[in-house]
Design a protein around this ligand. Structure first.
Ligand SMILES: Nc1ncnc2c1ncn2[C@@H]1O[C@H](COP(=O)(O)OP(=O)(O)OP(=O)(O)O)[C@@H](O)[C@H]1O
Length: 591
């Protein structure tokens, strides 16, 4: 849901965002009601002490002022001021507490939602945008929840009450007091245009800059080698300049608008004072009423000076909320759960098709992975191997056909069931910031230290983990950046061993390893694969010559299948790949 229709009136923007923000607060209705009520009480106490000031002025004007009464009034005013401040502090303290809870719940909701939507969604957003959304955007809601909702309730209610009371006292004077506000509104609207447009442009440019900065930092080693003339720096500069242009435009408009506003606010008394004196001289306005107008008319001016700031902050919140809502509105993978249990561990791809845009990247795939067998996927880059493996892990749902395990469609299977059946050692071994043990227990939370060490030994990772300071309790930061690619991969093999899923997806699991590491990993994978149903993607054909079945993909279709010997004998695409990778091996000389 968009926070703001294009060119929507300011009041619509404010009300819409207010309602959206309030929607996020519905989990804490009592706390929020108390916070808003305290804000209102603070505003009413503010009006009350100003009325006290009116009474003091009128009393002091009398020929024989009531000195004792004035003394009490001063004490009362002081009390009201203090009580007003306390009520306001109570309101914001409570709203800050609510903001922290709302932010925590929202981050958890976003993380949980991201785990349920197709991977295509996170691919579309990109890591930088998702990080901004979950961290920065949710963080910036603090302003909306902790400040804007209670402040807006108080700051707008009090002037509205004042306006109603002033109109009840004397409509001509009230109109004179309100006229600068109406002029100010109109001028501000003309100067700033649609503040939602400005904040959207601001966000887009700053997101572009963040993405470029991340890309620049990540690509520095490559850029140093290839970018001697600093072209990429120039590109980054162009992005920064676009960002500065948006800020410059905004500052110019705001400066002009606020100058106009100051004039309007300053002119408030210019109308009220002469009109009031004239009406009083004619006997049309009582002196106490004149004093009320003189005291309260400037507070209406105060409202309008705060308004641009409120409008901008509300528009900013509206933008943030629309981004968060858009992500939460991404439909999750379907969960048409079936009570049927998989009858066995046979995996079937039946008439499978998957599109990227208009292009079929997998088409008419029929394939059976028999329990306890190893099936290797082979094919040129872009043939669809990773996509097929990802579909088995249900990162996406197929557009045609289906995948079943033991006769049950993946779409009807509870995610817990699916992920207890299917494990993986991914292409890019992923470790999170935490200890080695915590990383391993992600797969099997209940495992004791001895089970972890056993898995590490089987994954040929025991000796390098023992060398880390703290061993199992050694901390891994930045995705395990301090480890080599092969070491990270062996930890992932250990994690997969602990996961103990009967079906395993291996995506180029030895790609990151040196020859010694590779031998170690092959051994580790050998133990991992034993007795399991394995789907392996391997570019190096030497590592899959013992596979029970090799499937050759080309542009999303299966073009050959068989074992190493039968495929070589066929002298088709697989034999061609083999010859390319093993040029020294004579034709027909099979290992
Ligand atoms: N996120 C994406 N968005 C759009 N197209 C994609 C995306 N990921 C993959 N593709 C396209 O889908 C097709 C299949 O890609 P896939 O990664 O499955 O191939 P692959 O055989 O695993 O290639 P490689 O061996 O290079 O990893 C390719 O044409 C690729 O360009």
């Amino acid at each position: 849901m968009s926070a703001d229709a294009p060119n929507a009136p300011v009041a619509y923007t404010l009300a819409n965002t207010f309602i959206q923000l309030a929607g996020y607060l519905r989990t804490q209705p009592l706390a929020m009601t108390v916070s808003i009520a305290l804000g209102l009480i603070a505003a009413l106490l503010g009006l009350a002490w100003q009325l006290g000031v009116v009474w003091l002025i009128v009393t002091a004007w009398e020929p024989t002022p009531d000195m004792a009464g004035m003394g009490w009034a001063v004490a009362g005013i002081a009390g009201l001021v203090v009580a007003g401040r306390l009520a306001f502090l109570g309101s914001t303290a409570l709203s800050h507490k609510i903001a922290v809870d709302v932010q925590r719940d929202l981050r958890l909701a976003l993380a949980a939602h991201l785990a349920q939507v197709p991977m295509a969604v996170s691919e579309r957003y990109g890591a930088s945008a998702l990080r901004r959304l979950v961290l920065d955007d949710v963080e910036s809601l603090e302003d909306g929840v902790a400040h804007l909702v209670p402040e807006a309730s108080a700051n707008f209610t009090a002037p509205l009450i004042v306006l109603v009371v002033l109109f009840a006292l004397d409509w001509r004077m009230a109109l004179a007091a309100a006229l600068p506000i109406l002029l100010g509104f109109a001028a501000m609207r003309m100067m700033t245009g649609n503040s939602a447009d400005i904040t959207r442009a601001y966000y887009e440019r700053s997101a572009e800059m963040a993405a470029r900065a991340t890309e620049y930092a990540a690509g520095l080693p490559t850029l140093r080698l290839f970018d001697g003339d600093g072209r990429s720096l120039l590109r980054f500069r162009a992005v920064s300049e676009r960002y500065l242009a948006v800020i410059g435009d905004w500052v110019r408009r705001v400066l002009l608008a606020s100058a106009v506003l100051q004039v309007c606010v300053g002119s408030g008394l210019l109308l009220v004072l002469p009109l009031g004196l004239w009406l009083t001289a004619r006997g049309d306005l009582a002196v106490p009423h004149l004093v009320i107008f003189l005291v309260f008319a400037p507070s209406l001016g105060g409202l309008i000076t705060r308004l641009p700031n409120f409008v901008f902050r509300f528009a900013q919140q509206g933008e943030v909320l629309s981004r968060i809502d858009a992500l939460l509105a991404e439909p999750p993978l379907s969960r048409a759960l079936s009570s049927e249990r998989p009858s066995d561990r046979t995996v079937r791809f039946e008439g499978l098709g998957f599109r990227r845009g208009e292009r079929m990247v997998l088409d008419q795939i029929d394939l059976v992975l028999e329990p306890g067998t190893v099936t290797a996927l082979v094919g040129a880059s872009g043939a669809g191997k990773t996509t097929l493996a990802n579909l088995l892990m249900r990162f996406h749902d197929p557009h045609q056909g289906r995948i079943t395990i033991g006769g049950v469609d993946l779409r009807a299977m509870a995610p817990e069931t699916l992920y207890s059946l299917v494990g993986t050692v991914p292409q890019h071994s992923w470790l999170f910031s935490g200890t080695v043990a915590e990383n391993l227990r992600l797969a099997a939370p209940q495992s004791g230290a001895s089970a972890l060490l056993e898995a590490l030994a089987e994954a040929r990772a025991e000796s390098f983990v023992a060398r880390l300071p703290g061993g199992l309790e050694a901390r891994l930061d930045r995705g395990g950046a301090a480890l080599s690619g092969g070491e990270r991969q062996r930890l992932c093999v250990a994690r997969a061993l602990l996961h103990d899923a009967p079906i395993l997806v291996l995506d180029e699991a030895t790609a990151a390893a040196d020859p010694i590491n590779e031998r170690e990993i092959q051994r580790a994978l050998g133990s991992l694969a034993r007795g399991r149903t394995v789907l392996v993607i391997a570019h190096r054909l030497a590592s899959i010559i013992d596979a029970d079945r090799i499937v050759v993909l080309d542009q999303g279709r299966i073009i050959e299948r068989g074992n190493h010997r039968t495929l070589l004998a066929k002298r088709g695409r697989y034999a061609h790949f083999w010859a390319l990778q093993n040029p020294t091996m004579p034709d027909g000389d099979f290992p």
